[in-house]
Ligand binder design. Structure first.
Ligand code: SAM
Length: 183
């Protein structure tokens, strides 16, 4: 990892510990993306850009790109500034607005979807992107243990879907890791 990225991640860990993804979860997400050789990664909810940086790091290894959506324009600007500090602007497209609308307007196949937006909408984010996923593509959703009740509809949905395998991994606030196994 380049020093600029390391320093930007460390600064966010110190400054915004509550508003960012758990560091172990973010590193795990990045490792999943790299091992899955993900080329097109989509993120819902960049916040200040901590998880975006980890996805951009994965993209730098796989030769891929990240499309991130953030509804709050100040946070989107923070993401953009942090990507600039880490020299990772080129591999990331930061879209400002509601991910449900933004992602409906896209058409590229998606290898990895990372969901960290508002709890009531996880299924909607999933549905909008799912039709553009191939067998082997992955969805990672954050906070499914810390907000188990809020997200139980989502976890029940993906765990009972006939074309998916899904498991809850108790790292950080809990990740639901889902892979598409058939069309
Ligand atoms: C927990 S924060 C994300 C933290 C980020 N993943 C990180 O590690 O730095 C959740 C973010 O989702 C954004 N959000 C909520 N609903 C959204 C939507 N419908 N579309 C896009 N972003 C949304 C919020 O503005 C907030 O910044």
């Amino acid at each position: 990892m380049e020093q600029e990225l390391f320093d930007t991640l460390a600064e966010l860990e110190m400054r915004s510990a509550k508003g960012i993804m758990d560091p172990d979860s973010a590193k795990f997400l990045s490792i999943l993306a790299i091992s899955n050789k993900a080329k097109t990664m989509v993120e819902v909810g960049s916040g200040p850009g901590y998880s975006t940086l980890w996805l951009a790091y994965a993209a730098s290894v796989t030769g891929g790109k990240v499309i991130t959506c953030e509804i709050d324009s100040a946070k989107a600007a923070e993401t953009q500034a942090n990507l600039a500090k880490a020299n990772l602007v080129e591999s990331v497209e930061v879209l400002v607005g509601d991910a449900r609308e933004l992602l409906r307007q896209r058409s590229e196949p998606v290898d990895l979807l990372f969901i960290d937006g508002d709890y009531g909408q996880y299924e909607t984010y999933f549905d909008v992107v799912y039709k553009r996923m191939n067998v082997g593509s992955m969805v990672v959703a954050d906070k499914v243990v810390a907000h188990e009740n809020d997200l139980s509809d989502y976890t029940t949905y993906v765990q009972n879907h006939p074309n998916l395998e899904s498991v809850t991994v108790p790292v950080g606030q809990g990740l639901e890791i889902t892979v598409k196994i058939s069309e």
